[in-house]
Design a protein around this ligand. Structure first.
Ligand code: DOR
Ligand code: ZN
Length: 340
């Protein structure tokens, strides 16, 4: 029997950490080889928060990518000080602005504390007028399993206070966030591949798995079910964002493990396997590209990625970074990539 072939057109990763310097040079091609483009997170040290920093970072990314056809969709690190004049001056260079609650995750110390809507109003109104989407890492500093569900009331406040502002709930992990999608027209979401596959049991139910530890932490089976439902039907308000977040092996396999799962080189294979297992392959194209194109109003470079149902053994490491499912076998392999 011929094996299944799946062709994906212009895959987009709408939430990606490419880092900087050696790490950037080591991992950028892992995304650029198979994705048409990605939304690049700004949580460098220091965060990307000026036009100069954004343009310089984009240049370093372009250099690291080399010959690959890949668009880095740039973001700035949200600051409530951003005024209209600044946002107007930077509008053409960015695709979105990413808001982190202060201290909630890697390199987010300069983020927002307290969520005082009035303090945020000038910058968010300007973003709304300039049609700059706001991406949010939605977690409170409450109990770790409840942080995202607690943040839903903040999403709701923001969504009603700024009804024209496009808000993207990043890397959602709970049924509460899924339910919020249909309550507010201006709420959208990215979903990672790891949160579609694992629950907290996989992270900490047996021996602790540092390479599956991330923020937000994977939740309960019923949360994963809710995420799977909207991903597999390619609900028009959800799109793929890997949150692939590489850390060197020594920062993961240590006392005080850094948060982040590295999935960039295997994300398309895993998603194809998942959609195939759930007999939902007819929706994968919308989840991996079509929905993001509509939500962000972007037209990515054409790139056809051909996958075949043939086992692929995930490498133990990519340049010193341990991927999800390292040394394990997954069901799909990438057979080829065509441009144009
Ligand atoms: O697990 C995570 N890692 N979650 C984030 O929000 C940030 C990311 C990182 O930058 O390492
Ligand atoms: Zn992230």
């Amino acid at each position: 029997m011929p094996s299944t072939i799946v062709t994906l057109d212009a895959p987009l990763d709408m939430h990606l950490h490419l880092r900087d310097e050696v790490m950037l040079r080591n991992i950028a091609k892992a995304s650029a080889a198979t994705f048409s483009g990605a939304l690049i997170m700004p949580n460098l040290v220091p965060p990307v928060s000026s036009k100069e920093a954004l343009l310089a970072y984009k240049k370093r990314i372009t250099e690291a990518i080399g010959e690959e056809h890949f668009t880095p969709y740039m973001t700035l690190f949200f600051k409530s000080e951003y005024d209209r004049a600044f946002l107007e001056s930077v509008r053409e260079e960015l695709t979105a602005i990413k808001l982190y609650p202060a201290g909630i995750t890697t390199n987010s110390q300069g983020g927002v504390s307290g969520f005082d809507i009035e303090a945020l109003r000038p910058s968010l109104e300007a973003m709304s007028d300039l049609e700059i989407p706001l991406c949010i890492h939605g977690e409170t500093n409450g109990f770790v399993m409840d942080r995202e569900a607690e943040f839903v009331s903040i999403y709701e406040k923001l969504a009603s206070a700024f009804p024209k502002l496009k808000i993207i709930m990043e890397h959602i992990t709970t049924k509460e966030s899924v339910a919020a999608l249909d309550r507010f027209e201006n709420l959208h979401a990215t979903i990672t591949v790891h949160h579609l596959l694992i629950t907290l049991d996989d992270v900490a139910g047996g021996m602790l798995q540092p390479h599956l530890f991330c923020k937000p932490i994977a939740k309960r089976p019923q949360d994963r079910e809710a995420l799977l439902k909207v991903a597999l039907e390619a609900h028009p308000k959800v799109m793929f964002g890997s949150d692939s977040a590489p850390h060197p092996r020594h920062a993961k396999e240590t006392c005080g493990c850094a948060a982040g799962v590295f999935t960039a080189p295997i994300a398309l294979q895993l998603l194809t396997e998942l959609f195939d297992t759930h007999r939902s392959l007819e929706h994968i194209q919308a989840f991996i590209s079509g929905n993001a194109q509509k939500i962000y109003g972007i037209a990515p470079l054409s790139k056809k990625v051909i996958l075949e149902k043939e086992p692929f053994r995930v490498p133990a490491e990519y340049n010193g970074v341990v991927p999800m499912y390292a040394s394990e076998e997954i069901a799909y392999s990438i057979k080829g990539v065509r441009h144009g």
